[in-house]
Design a protein around this ligand. Structure first.
Ligand SMILES: [Zn+2]
Length: 395
């Protein structure tokens, strides 16, 4: 501020005798109307501009807060909104999904899928013609899983597979592998729920199970801490950890068959199995194996059921010819080891019957197998996105 400034105020009403002021005072009335009108106009413009700026900023901040998104999230199930388990993972948060949900429809960044191609090596699974190797389950499942893996990676997911080759790996090898993968993931996140010593102990036990099951596929000894009825302390600790990891799913791919020739034409279509605590722990599933432990009740039963149903629904929507011959088969609780001996949300998905001529044509067609993989991946993606509006599992 200069010293001249204060003078203008007392001079505003100064007498006309002051020549230096006269000029200005005589001129001022002449142009003041236009000047004032212009200034008022500019002032109005600035006010309007500021209001628009403030309003625009407010709308932007509100949209960032998610308040405007909850509607689309509820309606479509794909938009991302409030804090969920997925948002807590670094990758999911980093994915700027809050700002660009519609531009990233296929973004599975931050999610993990463990794929298990059923059977391998000497354990061929079912085949056709019976007792021949013209077409075998282990090859079909590997083709589907390979295509699923490639597609899921392109969508941003992290993918693990229990086998990449035809080497024989037993069921408990696969389960030990799943437990080790889950320990890796938890360790990376800093959420491993036991001590370093316990982790070391569990890893050694898993390695031993894998070693035995590389060559002796149905060894009782090879079950290790997974042997018997119920869950021992080691298995329980791992399953409790895995049940918290709802941004990881497990999918085992299989092909069905029937040994009864009269049913070849009847039995067809997909069958989807999921783990359920009550079902697995019921006396009818206590096969009397030793050792005996308390039944385990920590699985994500509802999510298991939901995930299985979503896989089936998406698949038969894409391939109506693969609708199951039996409504029950389309969604059934089961006690298969691959879904029973770990705590992740998971399913054993039977794509169709190799003994049914129509389903079999499907399995000879590599394009159909690839399309099956895409369909199942679509379901996996839809499942993960459906969880976004729900709280994290607290099993
Ligand atoms: Zn199978």
């Amino acid at each position: 501020m200069s010293n001249n400034q204060p003078q203008s105020r007392p001079n505003r009403g100064a007498p006309k005798t002051n020549p230096t002021r006269t000029y200005s005072q005589t001129k001022r009335p002449a142009r003041s109307k236009a000047e004032i009108a212009r200034r008022i106009f500019f002032a109005k413009c600035i006010i309007v501009f500021c209001m628009l700026f403030v309003l625009g900023g407010g709308v932007y901040l509100l949209s960032r807060s998610g308040l405007f998104k909850s509607k689309s999230s509820n309606a479509g199930g794909t938009a991302l909104s409030t804090v969920t388990f997925a948002d807590q993972t670094p990758a999911a948060t980093e994915g700027s999904s809050d700002t660009q949900p519609s531009t990233l429809p296929d973004d599975l960044t931050g999610y993990t899928v463990i794929l298990d191609p059923g059977h391998s090596g000497e354990d061929t699974g079912c085949g056709w013609p019976l007792n021949s190797s013209e077409i075998e389950e282990k090859d079909i499942t590997l083709k589907i899983v390979n295509a699923m893996e490639e597609d899921l990676i392109s969508r941003g997911a992290k993918v693990y597979v229990t086998r990449k080759t035809d080497d024989t790996v037993g069921i408990y090898y696969r389960m030990a592998e799943v437990h080790m993968i889950c320990m890796d993931i938890a360790k990376e996140r800093g959420t491993l729920p036991f001590s370093a010593e316990k982790e070391q102990d569990l890893r050694q036990k898993c390695e031993k199970i894998k070693e035995i099951n590389e060559w002796q596929k149905f060894s009782t000894e090879g079950m290790g801490f997974m042997a018997g009825f119920g869950a021992n302390e080691d298995l329980k600790a791992l399953m409790d950890m895995e049940a918290q990891m709802t941004d990881v799913v497990f999918v085992s791919i299989h092909i069905n068959s029937t040994g009864d020739e009269s049913e070849y034409e009847i039995k067809h279509g997909a069958a989807v199995h999921y783990a359920d605590d009550e079902y697995i722990s019921s006396p009818s599933h206590d096969e009397g194996g030793e050792p005996r432990h308390d039944p385990y009740y920590g699985r994500n039963n509802e999510l298991n059921s939901k995930f299985a149903q979503m896989l089936y629904d998406t698949y038969v929507q894409d391939f109506p010819e693969m609708v199951s011959y039996s409504a029950q088969q389309s969604h059934l609780p089961s006690a298969f080891a691959v879904i029973r001996e770990q705590g992740l949300v998971g399913t054993l998905f039977e794509v169709g019957f190799i003994t049914n001529p129509h389903d079999r044509d499907f399995f000879y067609d590599d394009e159909k197998l690839k399309a099956t993989a895409i369909s199942l991946d679509d379901a996996i993606e839809a499942y993960f996105k459906s969880l976004k509006g729900e709280p994290a599992a607290t099993a």
